[in-house]
Design a protein around this ligand. Structure first.
Ligand code: GLU
Length: 464
């Protein structure tokens, strides 16, 4: 029994490297894992892939956790690969002892030269295992000259001689893409340990997946070809491989891959811009699937629509404009209780805050936009539009007919009824000048709702 052993029906992990902020594409991976784990009463592990200690930063890790929590995904377990180097070293020793991890001394230039030679001879441009031919003396001589080895995992793609590879298919039933096959003879033996002794992600990932009893590895489809080698690595370490699922990736509108460096689409910046987490979640999950992209008000609602295999096979374009559309439709239905704390932070509080929210929510894209309307109600109209000529005369006359308080939802109808009878104006000619006088704008929330919020005194202050 290890601290990670788990017998729940699905144990999944989201394994970001804390070398930058996560973007909506990373959120898609996290969400596929999280939703899958919820559907299977399972466990969701956040596992920081921080074996690159030079580039990994605690600030990034903290921000990733905060982003996940803001989106509504609280990890059941958090693990750090940088704390587990002993386990990786033990696994490397086990592989070396079995003759499955071998020392190589080629430089990058040398490998590139050989690759070109193979291509010229119409051979697949994969590593030819030349290092396996080195005798012990040759190896010692290279090391005496100061060459440090990098270490490759010997893929089981041959019968007797590793220099005579043969087609070796690895199959898996991908929980997203369905039946998948890769041929181990079409790939180079992967490097697991670099010259400087640091690990590439493959070995630590497999060691941890075994130890943490991960049952489903769900990640982007850029990892499909790695999976063949990883399945054999699981077996080489004496374990059965878990199930795999590879979802399609998101690209920018112009079709480029999203990168941790393009901060514009980071979850942190979307939060700062005021997007609702469920707008981000809805788009991050539903885009590029057989489901239509609609705003899901809660994770439970999203969960009802989620199926791991509903993702299509081609990349999906992420369009920030679509995110705003989803945000707007969520904001239009947000209850006052849900937003009251955020409104209070904007200074929107007190007896009329709830009525105010219900009056303006259908007219804004972001919760923060409520402050603009609060300022209009509380302070002064915006001065975007002004009145002149007959409209000015009309508005002054109408203001002289304002009914006494108390005002309520009927006041607008009562007032404009009186004004209509007295002036003969109707329709747009009646309402628009009043709207402009009251708000300074040509459109906005229902005036019947706004008028009692403004109140008689502040309405009279607006007399043009
Ligand atoms: N850190 C790797 C990545 O972000 C993890 C891949 C995996 O989930 O196995 O691509």
């Amino acid at each position: 029994m290890t601290e990670f052993e788990d017998h729940s029906p699905a144990t999944v992990r989201f394994a970001p490297s804390p070398t930058g902020s996560i973007h909506i594409g990373n959120a898609r991976t996290a969400l596929f894992n999280w939703l899958f784990s919820r559907q299977h009463q399972g466990e969701f592990i956040l596992r920081f892939d921080d074996t690159d200690v030079a580039r990994s930063k605690t600030e990034y890790a903290d921000a990733i956790l905060a982003d996940l929590q803001w989106l509504g995904m609280t990890p059941d377990t958090i693990a750090w690969q940088s704390k587990r180097f002993n386990a990786y070293a033990a696994a490397a020793e086990q592989l070396k002892a079995a003759g499955l991890l071998y020392a190589c001394y080629e430089t990058a230039d040398e490998l590139e030269r050989r690759r070109k030679l193979r291509l010229a001879r119409r051979l697949p441009p994969i590593y030819g295992r030349e290092a396996l031919k080195l005798s012990d003396e040759e190896r010692l001589a290279l090391e005496a000259e100061g060459h440090k080895p990098h270490w490759r995992f010997l893929l089981p793609n041959f019968a007797d001689s590793p220099f005579e590879t043969r087609r070796t298919e690895i199959h898996w039933e991908d929980v997203v893409r369905g039946s998948q096959t890769v041929d181990l003879a079409s790939m180079s033996d992967p490097v697991l340990i670099r010259e400087d002794g640091t690990y590439l992600y493959t070995l630590p990932s497999v060691v941890d997946d075994i130890e943490m009893a991960v049952s489903h590895i769900i990640r982007g489809d850029d990892h499909v070809t790695n999976t063949g080698a990883q399945i054999t690595l699981f077996r080489a370490l004496g374990s059965e491989a878990p199930a795999f699922g590879h979802h399609n990736l998101l690209t920018s509108v112009s079709g480029e891959g999203l990168s941790k460096r393009s901060n514009a689409l980071s979850i942190g910046s979307l939060r700062e811009e005021g997007y609702e987490p469920m707008a981000v979640n809805s788009l991050a999950v539903l885009i590029g699937t057989s489901e239509s992209v609609t705003a899901m008000p809660s994770m439970d609602a999203l969960l009802e629509h989620f199926k791991a295999d509903f993702a299509s096979k081609s990349a999906a374009k992420f369009d920030p404009a679509e995110l705003t559309t989803l945000n707007r439709s969520l904001v239009h239905d947000l209850d006052y209780e849900t937003v009251s704390d955020r409104l209070a932070e904007l200074g929107i509080a007190g007896g009329k805050a709830e009525a105010f929210w219900l009056a303006v929510r259908k007219n804004i894209d972001f919760v923060n936009d409520a402050s603009r309307w609060w300022a209009i109600v509380e302070d002064l109209p915006e001065n975007e539009e002004s009145l002149d000529g007959e409209d000015l005369v009309f508005v002054r006359e109408a203001f002289s007919m304002l009914p006494p308080e108390p005002w309520d939802g009927e006041t607008w109808a009562t007032w404009t009824g009186t004004v209509k009878a007295a002036t003969g104006r109707k329709g747009r000619g009646l309402f628009m000048p009043l709207r402009i006088a009251l708000t300074g704008l040509r459109s906005g929330p229902e005036l019947a709702d706004l008028l009692p919020l403004i109140g008689r005194a502040k309405t009279l202050d607006r007399l043009p």
